[in-house]
Design a protein around this ligand. Structure first.
Ligand code: ADP
Length: 235
């Protein structure tokens, strides 16, 4: 079943049309990779899935993104705050908050008003385990997150998103700032995470898309439409 059905999306930043008639399905519990030349609209489309583009001024969008429950993503009945917890996002550069490992993962829950220590402990451990980071940080949960390696910081950001129980994880070039070993860990992690989450990743690496994705959407720069491959791309 599709996590999202994208139907004829057109998006403008002022007069610059960044997406033209983009249509594709994002299957649930799979990894979908977006690939294409710089500036072709990959990150723009990614930001449509949690309505982050709403935060940018002078952005206009036409078309539909149908969610799994059948609602269009811009429908007035959609609670944007809830949507952004259900559709978590991980950015290009790891961006942990300048606080402890524990507090980073607990942050979103505390924002939701959850104070129960036992509940926080359970969710922090669960999220760090899911992000394959628990064994490396379990003895130093109070350590400042900024002291972790870049790869550990990125897995911490994944744990922070997981703590909010998302259905979908959006990843915008999540390994571009990481060394090959840290990149391999994140790629392995994605394979285990897709059992529970739908993953959409922007990557500039054809070989990464081939390694990790179940399907790959190729974005074209000239007409900026997408073409969807039915299975892995092969290199
Ligand atoms: P990609 O992720 O494929 O590199 P982007 O989605 O970042 O492409 O950009 C697509 C187009 O939209 C580019 O022409 C870019 O300059 C423009 N763009 C992206 N973000 C913004 C923004 N916040 N404001 C104005 N234009 C933007």
């Amino acid at each position: 079943m599709a996590a999202f059905k994208v139907e004829n999306i057109n998006l403008w930043y002022d007069d610059n049309q960044a997406l033209i008639d983009v249509s594709l399905d994002i299957p649930g519990n799979q990894v979908t990779a977006f690939i294409g030349p710089s500036g072709c609209g990959k990150s723009t489309l990614l930001r449509c899935f949690n309505r982050m583009n709403d935060l940018l001024p002078n952005t206009r969008i036409e078309g539909n993104i149908i969610m799994q429950d059948g609602r269009e993503i811009s429908d007035p009945s959609v609670d944007v705050v809830k949507l952004r917890t259900e559709v978590g996002m991980v950015f290009q550069s790891p961006n942990p908050f300048p606080m402890s490992v524990y507090d980073n993962v607990a942050y979103g829950l505390r924002c939701q008003g959850i104070k129960n220590k036992k509940q926080l402990n359970t969710t922090v451990e669960y999220s760090l385990r899911q992000a394959a980071l628990w064994d490396e940080v379990k003895d130093s949960l109070q350590r400042n997150a900024l002291k972790l390696s870049g790869g550990q910081q990125q897995r911490l950001c994944i744990a922070r998103a997981i703590a909010l129980e998302p259905n979908v994880l959006l990843m915008d070039e999540p390994t571009s700032a990481l060394d090959p070993i840290a990149t391999a860990k994140i790629e392995d992690l994605m394979q285990s995470l897709k059992r529970m989450y739908t993953i959409i990743i922007v990557t500039h690496s054809m070989s990464q898309a081939a390694r990790i994705s179940d399907q790959t959407a190729f974005f074209l720069l000239d007409r900026k439409s997408t073409r969807l491959n039915s299975s892995h791309i092969t290199i």
